[in-house]
Design a protein around this ligand. Structure first.
Ligand code: ADE
Ligand code: ZN
Length: 328
């Protein structure tokens, strides 16, 4: 029996799994000059003041990703680590615009990431969710969505990420309407640094089925009532919230209050290479800091299973795996 439950990872950015060692290796392979003296110098920069501070480093480090093989290497390394973390199903975010802006075509990104997902470890199911960068124009997101659809790559859904404050979901209503018409599942980051009003917009104007983060929802009792009533899943990333200073400490994390309020919260990793841990580390850290017992950890694991975009058969399998862990 492992100390953490079989995991359903619904909030992980593939570029956020790029470990410092792989950054250095790919920089050398692709002859990309980096402004870091060595690995320790790079690691020393992983102390963040806020979301934008992190995003600056996250986007800068993507410079080492040039070819489909680089994207495949990053994705395969993640899947290997995820399997060790007990991940049984993953819905992986990717940021195509961050690469397009550097001259890497959407097709090259998809070839590498989707190719690696197709060769995921035995028994692990996967899906791919490209996210649009909310701090870039919505018209660009629309163009990129058409390229994604035209690529023929199997896509699970779309998401919305990057700098939240000042970039409300409402700007992307048309893009989401188009994605919905194509049968894609809809999620968006909201209520991470941004206000509860952005969570309302994500629900009402984008029609999202899941909210990524959503921790600031607690500031608005009417929103909490809505999220509970509709059982809207919230993918919470505790280590991320602390490292980006959305929350002061793990012990002060609102997760227990979210569960007490009846919110369908589950635990995920966001950008594990940057925030000090994968989904198993997040489970462990939260259980220790918040003193969660096994039944509360099970509730979190069950919530993730119910929030996954999987068919009935796969959901039944995942439910059974969590139940077996809880009874062991
Ligand atoms: N992109 C990668 N990680 C992110 C986060 N935590 N919030 C918004 N955009 C992101
Ligand atoms: Zn995220």
């Amino acid at each position: 029996m492992t100390d953490t439950p079989p995991a359903v990872e619904l909030h992980v950015h593939v570029e956020g799994t790029l470990e410092p060692e792989l950054i250095m290796e790919l920089a050398e392979r692709n002859r990309v000059p980096l402004p870091y003296a060595d690995l320790d110098d790079l690691r020393a920069r992983y102390a963040f003041d806020d979301l934008q501070h992190f995003l600056d480093l996250y986007y800068a480090n993507m410079a080492v990703l040039r070819e489909p093989a680089d994207f495949a290497a990053m994705t395969t390394a993640y899947l290997t680590r995820a399997a060790a973390a007990g991940v049984r199903h993953v819905e992986l975010f990717v940021d195509p615009q961050a690469h397009l802006a550097r001259g890497v075509p959407v097709e090259a990104v998809l070839e590498g990431v989707a190719g690696a997902l197709a060769a995921a470890p035995e028994g692990m199911t996967t899906g791919l969710i490209p996210c649009f960068l909310r701090d870039r124009p919505a018209a660009e997101a629309g163009t990129v969505l058409e390229a994604l659809l035209a690529s023929g790559t199997p896509l699970l859904g779309i998401g919305l990420d990057s700098a939240e404050l000042g970039h409300p979901p409402s700007l992307f209503a048309d893009v989401y309407a188009r994605a919905r018409a194509e049968g894609l599942r809809l999620v968006a980051h909201a209520g991470e640094e941004g206000p509860a009003a952005y969570v309302w917009e994500a629900l009402d104007l984008l029609g999202v089925e899941r909210v990524d983060h959503g921790i600031r929802s607690l500031e608005d009792p009417a929103l909490v009532a809505r999220l509970v009533e509709e059982a809207v899943p919230l993918t919470v990333c505790p280590l991320s919230n602390v490292r980006l200073r959305c929350v002061d400490t793990l012990a002060a994390h609102p997760l227990p209050a979210m569960l007490d309020a009846g919110l369908a919260a589950s635990i995920h990793s966001d950008d594990p290479a940057y925030f000090g841990g994968y989904v198993d580390d997040n489970h462990r850290a939260v259980a220790a800091a918040l003193g969660l017992d096994r039944s509360q950890v099970r509730t979190l694991a069950d919530n993730a299973v119910e929030a996954a975009f999987v068919d009935d058969t796969r959901r039944a399998e995942l439910r059974a795996e969590v139940a077996a862990w809880a009874q062991a």
